[in-house]
Design a protein around this ligand. Structure first.
Ligand code: SAH
Length: 371
């Protein structure tokens, strides 16, 4: 079955010429017939990758408390939209809603909207979240107007990226082509002024050989949310793995059954993702009118929200075996050597509000780094 989408990509390249990596990713992930998200349930031990809400219930619970606290701060609007981008199996939302139940007026005010492209995952969300009666949309632009709280874990890393290579003659775009044996391969396009304009100005003068990634869809999303938040009260909380400040170097990766594979070998059967450039994302949201808090590290954020206390409370009622798995889950989320440092949290917020819970004021983005 997976040959179908690989064949489709090869046919398109033979007809139209090499594809940008973004166009390749869009087909490999979202083609309605053979795309990765169209066909499989990718998340969890039996899938290709796992995520924070799947590792520990504490993750979604603390985010639920963050939302309740923020709702108080914007004057307890009722109703308030609670939107999630890319809810996966619905685990984060289900843990979040359980914690939200501790503030009953907040829980009652919530109108849940899920933004999901994958029919397979939407079916799973329907099963898990039926009682909460969510509404589904496929694009952020379709969300209703009104005060809004938005959460998104590991959504931005799944958006298509483009890569640019600094050659002796300037910048060129890295493309996906077909070799004489019919295999998909990376090639460097011609050097062009258009390519160099797309490279972030801070990275434009890197050494020859440097590869730089941009994610136009993430920047467009930041812009759309930034202007929405300037107009309507709310906040959008993004948690993902990536860089701050902006870094150079290729990070596109493919995972199949929790193992890395070459990004072009298995379109439709491997998850594709890339590091999020949090500095560029924050800048785009700010330029459109939102205030931005963070990014801070996931470890610091969850610790500031009380991960330790929540773990203690759960452990007090647990069997020794449950206690051990609770502890190891929370450790995985917080440890700098595991997800604690690489994963970052950023909040886009309507202007004029105090700093939301979990963020230290004022972090300087500093100079670009090399990965
Ligand atoms: N947040 C979940 C799942 C992360 S996987 C968790 O933490 O477990 C990425 C999610 O984003 C999936 O639900 C996937 O179907 C969805 N997704 C990816 N690209 C999308 C797009 N362009 N539009 C809407 N949803 C998308």
């Amino acid at each position: 079955m997976s040959e179908e989408i690989a064949d489709k990509i090869v046919r398109r390249i033979r007809a139209e010429g090499p594809l940008t990596i973004a166009a390749f990713m869009a087909m490999a992930l979202h083609d309605p017939e053979g795309g990765y998200y169209a066909r499989r349930g990718p998340i969890g031990a039996a899938g290709d990758f796992t995520t924070a809400p799947e590792i520990s219930q504490v993750f979604g619970e603390l985010i639920g408390l963050w939302c309740a606290e923020f709702w108080e701060r914007i004057g307890r609007p009722d109703p308030v939209i609670l939107a999630e981008l890319g809810p996966g199996r619905g685990v984060l939302m289900s843990d979040l809603l359980r914690a939200a139940g501790t503030v009953p007026e907040f829980r009652r005010a919530l109108r849940i909207c899920l933004v999901e492209a994958s029919p397979v995952l939407r079916a799973e969300q329907e099963r898990r979240l039926r009682l909460a009666q969510p509404a589904w949309v496929t694009r952020v632009e379709e969300l209703p107007d009104g005060p809004m709280l938005m959460v998104a874990n590991e959504f931005l890393d799944a958006l298509p990226i483009r890569q640019f290579v600094r050659g002796a003659g300037g910048w060129s775009e890295r493309m996906v082509a077909v070799d004489p044996a019919g295999r998909l391969v990376f090639v460097d396009g011609p050097a062009s002024p258009a390519a160099s304009l797309l490279v972030p100005s801070r990275l434009r003068y890197c050494a020859p050989g440097t590869i730089v990634e941009i994610c136009p869809a993430a920047l467009a999303l930041a812009g759309a949310l930034g202007s929405r938040l300037a107009r309507l009260p709310g906040a959008a909380l993004f948690i993902d793995y990536g860089d701050f400040p902006t870094a150079s170097g290729p990070t596109l990766r493919a995972l199949q059954r929790h193992r890395p594979v070459f990004a072009l070998t298995a379109p439709g059967t491997a998850d594709l993702s890339a590091h999020v450039d949090f500095a560029a994302f924050a800048e785009a949201a700010r330029a459109a009118g939102a205030e931005v808090h963070g990014p801070t590290s996931q470890g610091r954020f969850l610790t500031a929200l009380g991960a330790g206390l929540r773990l203690e409370a759960l452990s007090a009622r647990a069997t020794p075996a449950q206690r051990q798995s609770l502890e190891s889950g929370v450790r995985r989320l917080l440890d700098p050597g595991e997800m604690g440092d690489l994963f970052k949290v950023v909040a886009l917020v309507s202007p004029g509000l105090a700093s939301p819970a979990g963020f230290d004021p004022g972090i300087d983005p500093g100079e670009p780094a090399q990965r």
